[in-house]
Design a binder for this molecule. Structure first.
Ligand SMILES: *Cc1c(COP(=O)(O)O)cnc(C)c1O
Length: 432
């Protein structure tokens, strides 16, 4: 087994980065703040592996935080991007490729009849909420504690202590005015959901939810929870938005809505839909989407939206997923990994629980199963940090936070899974 401790070049580059960029990064999750220490700096990636600037190889379970379901540098994706590049990088005018990507999204995602391409998941959720408010003429947005929907001002709110509180912002710079119409509920809390609709139902524009949570670690929805959400939103004339930025094309080709057979009104997409290039999308019922400018009056625009290079990456990725759906294979591999990790937990008598939906999984250092943010917040994050660094030293690159899901890709082989389980056995037994 390789031991990867030489990280001198990474250290030097990160030192310089901290003088140039806030915290040395362009997105906070990369800074390893939650586990202490410094990030490795990446040189390149291939298949299931990352290579850092010191030449260390890692089995990559981050996959750029979700997009790389086919693994890195998948040949058909690289070819498509190269072809697109040869024709130009941006036109700011319609291309046929945008039709193709829209068709693929509409074919794959059951509830999507029309779609708008944007540049990130954040843009998708921000736009979907504006559309829901514009369509319904209502103000209140319901979200769930521990669900992340990008850095949209109105969604950057912490959970209240009671089941339903009109919330306060959890980032400086987000005004109370911006978040006063955001209602934060507990995930998987059926009673809280019912009570919120009873109290505010006809003022609710939409409910936005991660139908499988990835952003407090992988947390499963209770089936009653999502079904009740669909029922209540329909009864009260509110829209249901599934934020499938992470779950779209991940837990099934058609996302969580296919897996659970629930049709939301709007769906937000990102990550896999761009195949590693910056794309987001929002789509859904045609009668709702036709309220977006220029068909309707809800404003939303983007200079680089539908960018030809990014679109090519998305088309190639979705085409590969459609032609050879990898979901059975991903399920089998991920189950093997999850079972191996759970067994390692048992042998080491570690206080940890494995949670998994398809190829999304999290090892929670928790006393019991995690089904909402309150339970997630109880995790022993110090223990997670030790586990994380133990795995790093054995060439396994995990998300650098207890509250992120790890991802299995098409490129992970049996040997990678076996190596990961072996590493976990060593690390967990040392944790005591
Ligand atoms: C990643 C993520 C987002 C934000 O997407 P960005 O492309 O990072 O802006 C939104 N919602 C969910 C569920 C996500 O996982």
């Amino acid at each position: 087994m390789t031991t990867t401790t030489a990280r001198q070049k990474s250290h030097e580059i990160f030192e310089r980065a901290q003088q140039l960029m806030p915290g040395g990064v362009n997105s906070p999750a990369r800074a390893f703040g939650a586990v202490g220490g410094e990030p490795i700096v990446i040189d390149r990636a291939e298949g299931a592996y990352l290579y850092d600037v010191d030449g260390n190889q890692y089995v990559d379970y981050v996959g750029s935080w979700g997009p790389m379901i086919l693994g890195h540098r998948h040949p058909s994706v690289i070819r498509a991007i190269e072809n697109a590049l040869s024709k130009g990088t941006s036109f700011g005018a319609p291309t046929e490729a945008e039709n193709r990507l829209a068709e693929l999204i509409i074919d794959c995602v059951p509830s999507v009849e029309k779609v708008r391409l944007v540049n990130s998941g954040t843009e998708a959720t921000m736009s979907a909420i504006r559309l829901a408010r514009g369509f319904t003429g209502r103000d209140i947005v319901v979200k769930f504690a521990g669900n992340y929907h990008g850095h949209v001002d109105s969604l950057l709110v912490a959970a209240g202590s009671s089941a339903a509180t009109l919330s306060v912002p959890n980032s400086p710079g987000v005004t109370e005015g911006t978040t006063k119409d955001t209602l934060v509920l507990h995930y998987n809390d059926v009673d809280g959901l019912g009570a919120a609709f009873q109290a505010h139902g006809y003022r609710i524009a939409c409910v936005i939810v991660e139908p499988v949570v990835g952003n407090m670690g992988c947390v499963k929805p209770g089936s009653e929870f999502l079904h009740l959400m669909r029922e209540l939103t329909a009864d009260y004339g509110a829209l249901l938005i599934f934020d499938e930025v992470m779950t779209g094309f991940r837990v099934a080709l058609g996302g969580a809505q296919e897996l659970f057979d629930i049709m939301p009104d709007l769906t937000t997409l990102g990550k896999i839909v761009g195949g590693g290039l910056p794309i987001g999308a929002y789509g859904g019922r045609a009668d709702v989407m036709d309220h977006v400018l220029p068909a309707g009056k809800v404003f939303q625009a983007g200079t680089l939206s539908g960018n030809p290079v990014a679109t090519a990456g998305g088309i190639a990725t979705l085409t590969a997923l459609m032609q050879e759906p990898p979901y059975h294979q991903l399920e089998a591999k991920s189950a093997r990994l999850a079972n191996g990790l759970a067994e390692a937990v048992k042998v080491a008598e570690a206080r940890a629980h494995l949670s998994r939906v398809g190829s999304m999984l999290t090892l929670f250092f928790s006393a019991g199963q995690v089904d909402d943010w309150n339970a997630a917040a109880e995790c022993d994050t110090q223990m997670f940090a030790k586990y994380f660094w133990g795995m790093m030293d054995r060439g396994i690159y995990l998300p650098c936070s207890q509250y992120e899901a790890m991802f299995v890709s098409v490129a992970h082989g049996d040997e990678d899974i076996a190596r990961t389980v072996a590493a976990a056995n060593e690390v967990l037994s040392e944790l005591g």
